[in-house]
Design a protein around this ligand. Structure first.
Ligand code: C5P
Length: 211
């Protein structure tokens, strides 16, 4: 394969999306946020009042169209939780494998998710594992959602977000199929003390050394 594939994995709200988008821009590669695939399946199931804990979303996953990924209502807390539920389903995961591999076939790609370096592209040219403490990730998500530095209920909000992130990471890393795990040959970037530009610089340094 000549087209480069860059795998970016890690827990929820670690900054994988921001990093992957910029990395792709700088390198001139297409970018796929694979979490959107699971979110789109979950969204459709919620819309159709199908319980993602009880019914397989495999048929929904097979019927996904690009428009499903462009919906603006894919990042709500109910979709966060439902996406993690549908992502446990081996049928759903299998239905999305080819889509992810095909995406990178022509020009290569930066893909971010949970199992890119372990399952989708075990032979990726570069594997990054982006992480930070649950507290750091919760604070970032709070600010991203428009949270204020001085709101009196700031702490309560942040700990609510933090608990939800921890629950989702636990579900994602303990499931049977394609759990969240750092690939043995991935390079870990701890981002607690780094801003977005510093994470990008570090990722570019690692990528350029590997390509
Ligand atoms: O990355 P994001 O938070 O948007 O992903 C939503 C959910 O989709 C995750 O919590 C996880 O359960 C699932 N997912 C996955 N494999 C991926 C990407 C996302 O299981 N490659």
């Amino acid at each position: 394969r000549s087209a480069p594939v860059i795998a970016v994995d890690g827990p929820a709200a670690a900054g994988k999306g921001t990093l992957s988008k910029r990395l792709a821009e700088v390198l001139g590669l297409p970018h796929l946020d694979t979490g959107l695939l699971y979110r789109a399946v979950a969204r459709r199931m919620l819309d159709e009042a199908v319980d993602p804990a009880c019914t397989s979303g495999e048929a929904v996953a097979r019927a996904l169209v690009p428009e499903d990924l462009k919906r603006t209502d894919l990042r709500t807390p109910d979709v966060d939780a439902a996406a993690s539920l549908v992502a446990r389903d081996q049928g759903v995961r299998q239905a999305l494998v080819d889509m992810q591999r095909l995406f990178a076939r022509a020009q290569g790609a930066v893909l971010d998710g949970r199992d890119i370096g372990t399952v989708i592209f075990p032979d990726a040219d570069v594997k990054l594992y982006i992480t930070a403490s649950a507290r750091t990730r919760a604070v970032r998500r709070y600010m991203q959602n428009g949270g204020s530095e001085t709101a009196p209920d700031r702490e309560a909000h942040i700990s609510e977000i933090e608990q939800a992130l921890i629950a989702r990471d636990h579900a994602d890393s303990t499931r049977a199929s394609a759990p969240l795990r750092m690939a043995d040959d991935a390079v870990k970037i701890e981002t607690d003390a780094l801003d977005a530009a510093e994470v990008l610089a570090e990722a570019l340094r690692i990528t350029k050394a590997a390509l």
